[in-house]
Structures are given as C-alpha cells and as structure tokens.
Design a protein around this ligand. Structure first.
Ligand code: C5P
Length: 198
C-alpha cells in the first residue's frame, strides 16, 4: 500500500511530535526532512562551504550527527534551503521515501506543495511565534529572546524565499496547536488520516 501523509508548517509548531505519533499509530515510516537541510547546512559550514556538493554527497552518517538540533544548525539549514540546486539534490530521495510500500509520513516545509502534491493527506501544523519559541526554548535552553528572534528570522526566510516557500497547500487541513495539548493535536491529525483511509 502506498499512502503519503505530508505535514508542513513553521519551526517548532509540533510537526515532529505529531509526525512521530502518526507514524507509530498507523505503522508508517517517518522522514524528518528538516534533518536533511540541517545536515547540509552543518556539513557545508565545516567544509569550505559548498552546500550543493554537501547536498549531493549527503550520507547516513551526516544525518546521524548529534549537533543537528542546535539553533545554529537551524539557521544554517534555512540559509542553504534557499538554494534551488540544494533542494533539487534532495528531491528524489524524499519522493521515493514518500511512495514506499507501507505508507510514509514526511514533515517539512514544502512536502504538500512541491515534494508530494499528490499526497493522500496534507496537514499544515502551525502555532503563534511566541508559543513556538517557548517550545523551542524548552528544547534548547539559553536566552529566550534570542530563541524567539531565531524562530522569527527563520520563518521569514522560509516564507519569503523564491523556491518552494513555506505556505499551506490549497487542499491542506490547518491544525493550529497554539492552545492545544499534544494529545489533542495528535488526535486531530489521526482523525484526518483515518477519514482518508476509509
Ligand atoms: O524542520 P526544521 O526546523 O528541522 O527545518 C530546518 C530548516 O530546513 C527550515 O527552517 C527550512 O529552512 C529548511 N527546510 C526546508 N524544507 C523542508 C524542511 C526544512 O526548506 N522540507
């Protein structure tokens, strides 16, 4: 069975948590596509800075690095993510993952719009910038104002880029998690998927 769930949205909206829960519930494979861009950003940063070469030569070891969740890696990711050749280099891998047998959940920024416009389910998970920054701060710690500034700067770059900007697909279901518990957000996502599986 091929069944793709596309989950897009801004940084720290809850996409990762929802995607992992959905994958576990329905037995789907999960791909965190942000990790691909983070790995490219970090690798290029430490390699004389050729992001296109880094994207074309990405290895499983690059994706297993422990420093991919830092604020710096997030910023580096959103800088390399504006480069069309970087996005192109990562496209086929994501499409193949999406159509694997047994079902797949992919979370990112352009899954429902560019990578899998034919996905069976498209969700756009969002929340206010303040709520998202607070969640990211709980994860990374440090100065709360700096975390908010990082989230806002990254959203602006992701939404305003020419190539595959962050926006909901026309047929995406929007889930605003600002005032929702994790359980309620996961339940809303699972309901949408269950509806389309009938
Ligand atoms: O989701 P995450 O915060 O890990 O993504 C890091 C960055 O990678 C995003 O801010 C965005 O610039 C980029 N990205 C993207 N397209 C995706 C996933 C992530 O451009 N599908």
């Amino acid at each position: 069975m091929k069944f793709t769930v596309a989950i897009d949205g801004p940084a720290a909206a809850g996409k990762g948590t929802i995607s992992r829960a959905v994958a576990a519930r329905f037995g789907f494979a999960h791909l965190d596509t942000g990790a691909l861009y983070r790995a490219v950003g970090v690798k290029a940063g430490g390699e004389g800075g050729d992001p296109v070469a880094a994207a074309r030569g990405l290895t499983p070891a690059d994706l297993a690095r422990e420093d991919l969740r830092t604020l710096a890696a997030g910023q580096a990711a959103s800088k390399v993510a504006v480069i069309p050749e970087v996005r192109q280099a990562l496209l086929e891998f994501q499409r193949e993952f999406a159509r694997r047998d047994g079902g797949a959940v992919l979370d990112g920024r352009d899954i429902g719009t560019v990578i899998c416009p034919e996905a069976e389910v498209k969700l756009f998970v969002t929340a206010s910038a303040e709520v998202r920054a607070h969640r990211r701060w709980l994860e990374v710690g440090g100065d709360a104002a700096a975390v908010l500034a990082e989230v806002v700067a990254r959203d602006a770059r992701d939404m305003n880029r020419a190539e595959a900007p962050l926006k909901p697909a026309a047929d995406a279901v929007v889930i605003d998690t600002s005032t929702m518990s994790i359980e309620a957000a996961v339940a809303a996502a699972c309901d949408e998927i269950a509806k389309r599986m009938r």
